[in-house]
Design a protein around this ligand. Structure first.
Ligand code: CAA
Length: 258
């Protein structure tokens, strides 16, 4: 499919989706979000793909929702079209692992989109922020919720109330990003991480993802019970048999996604 605002690329069993609206620093307009939802759906349904990378340009992952597009909207417009809920949250519906690879600005909806992914790898140039308050609104795609869960109330509150940006070091220290990578080897390293994930058993990777995500939505007791059931269920897969047998035979496992 031909897209206007994104580029999709398959490399082996990883899919790279690149936000590509350079003139507006990848501002997330409605058509871009529709294209992104469609591309994510395509990668989800491609049996060969084991990991998805969502990235932007060196200057910007995304500078937020498109302010020019949002500015004239009324309450009725945003309420009736269910702005944000439609198309924006498709990344959270992916069962396959999705890595956000952030260089440059990840602001407002850009930071929120990165946080919807499973984890964030940041280039040393990355800058994160929730500047919505500076344009008279508040984060609307999870900024007050996901950022608070990731970095704690005090820092999230400061970010949302001042609109200040956080550099990559602070983001890593605070737990927003899993790792910082030097900008000159950024995408190579991101792809290595994605390929590593894609080399695992796909259903087992899905179970691991589902179980980690459960930690955000339930009590510890229920979460542990959920994990235990999935752990037990993994013993019904051929890949668990193969993985453990390969270990004892001191060879690489050959997973069949079964
Ligand atoms: N929406 C629409 N256009 C945007 C944009 C956005 N969020 N961010 C940048 N652009 C456009 C600029 O208007 C400019 O276009 P023109 O060349 O046509 O004037 C172009 O991208 C380049 O931007 P700048 O000239 O501003 O570049 P800069 O390097 O001087 O500054 C920046 C970079 C600090 C990121 C600045 O562009 C900026 O502050 N952008 C807005 C960030 C923001 O407020 N994001 C939150 C949006 S609200 C939101 O996301 C709601 C939500 O929670 C869902």
């Amino acid at each position: 499919m031909n897209y206007e605002y994104i580029i999709t690329q398959k490399e082996g069993n990883i899919e790279i989706i690149t936000l590509n609206r350079p003139k507006a620093l990848n501002a997330l307009c409605g058509d871009l979000m529709k294209e992104l939802a469609c591309a994510l759906n395509g990668a989800e349904n491609d049996d060969n793909i084991g990991c998805i990378i969502l990235t932007g340009s060196e200057k910007a992952f995304a500078a937020g929702a498109d302010i020019s597009e949002m500015a004239p909207k009324s309450f009725m417009d945003v309420y009736q079209e269910d702005f944000i809920t439609t198309d924006w949250e498709d990344v959270t519906k992916c069962r396959k692992p999705v890595i956000a690879a952030v260089s440059g600005y990840a602001l407002g909806g850009g930071c929120e989109l990165a946080m919807m992914c499973d984890f964030i790898l940041a280039s040393d140039t990355a800058k994160f922020g929730q500047p919505e308050i500076t344009i008279g609104t508040i984060p609307g795609a999870g900024g007050t919720q996901r950022l608070t869960r990731l970095i704690g109330k005090s820092k999230a509150m400061e970010m949302c109330l001042t609109g200040r940006m956080m550099d990559a070091d602070e983001a890593e220290r605070s737990g927003l990003v899993s790792r910082i990578i030097e900008s000159d080897k950024f995408m190579d390293e991101v792809k290595k991480t994605a390929s590593k994930i894609a080399s695992m058993s796909k259903p087992i990777a899905m179970m691991a993802k589902e179980s980690v995500n459960k930690a955000y939505e339930t009590t510890l007791k229920e979460g542990l019970s959920f994990e235990r059931r999935l752990f037990h269920a993994s013993f019904a897969t051929e890949d668990q048999k193969e993985g453990m047998q390969a270990f004892t035979e001191k060879r690489e496992a050959k997973f069949k996604d079964k």
